[in-house]
Design a protein around this ligand. Sequence first.
Ligand code: KG4
Ligand code: ZN
Length: 334
Amino acid sequence: MKILGIESSCDDTAASVVEDGRVLSDVIAGQATVHSPYGGVVPELASRNHLLNIMPVVDKALEDAGVNLDDIQGIAVTRGPGLVGSLVVGLQFAKTLAAARNLPFVGVNHLRGHLLAARIEGDNLPIPKFPYMALLASGGHTGIYLVENEVDITCLGQTRDDAAGEAFDKVARLLGLGYPGGPLIDRMADSQGPKEQFPQSLRQRKSFEFSFSGIKTSVAQRVAQIPGGPDPDQVLAIVRGFQQAVVEILVRKVTLAARSKQISTVVLSGGVAANKGLRKHAREVCDLNDLELFAPPPKRCTDNGSMIAYAGYLALQAGLSDSLDLSPLSGWPL
Ligand code: KG4
Ligand code: ZN
């Protein structure tokens, strides 16, 4: 079964063809240059650029997969959560295609897409078996999820305020580094040298909740204390310390959750899971605790079309589909 998946929930326009759970193509058009002057995503610009990108991205996904629309047996699209103006572009495009071609159509939860992305075949990597404990850390969400199977996914705790990726982006903006902040901070923090110390909110709490607004304020206060602003070495020390604090709390909570529920497999997902420091620290802590770690390749951690095509494939294969009057959902908890 060949499924075309379309993702447009934030600022990336992505499309992918998946055949029986294996990726045949994965195409993405980012918009970093559009939003970078503003230090964050401007919703109106995001939807306009989705409109420009969606046709060429879908065409390229079909071409890369070596198929045409006659070969496609179902259409999957992100229904939410996300920016409504962005979601509506992908959704409308997918519905039109499904109607014109008389194909089954399904709206996918973006979070479910991230949480199942580690199980996509096609990267020559081992696939985690169910059940697993997943960390989902992205620009819009951060939480711990018990993934029992493709259907039963339970949130054990999430952030009370900012998402981890949002903290990366806000701290980068505060330090004048650019947008998106995550990959920039990741590169800068991958260096030896002094580290500032920053607090880890809710560290001692037994719950699996997070809070990242405090660390952003601590960084702002630290920057304000330095007369004339931080010099490049001071920026590096702040960045290293910030990343360490975020990475440690994320890894601590997901591994504690796995141990407390007697789950032996840990999975990383979401854009922040592309972070080198996070992947390295997670590997160390999992090794120490006899937990098996699965970190999908970075391109399947950040937003992509294959996770939507894959989750859509699972739904359609199980006989689930949606009607063509499906509306986008800006908030849609699992
Ligand atoms: O999953 P994603 O692509 O989109 C959402 O669903 O939000 O995540 C985007 C977030 C952004 O905040 C970005 O700064 C962050 O993930 N991110 C990273 C890295 N790559 C992307 N954060 C830390 N290190 C990275 N390498
Ligand atoms: Zn995402």
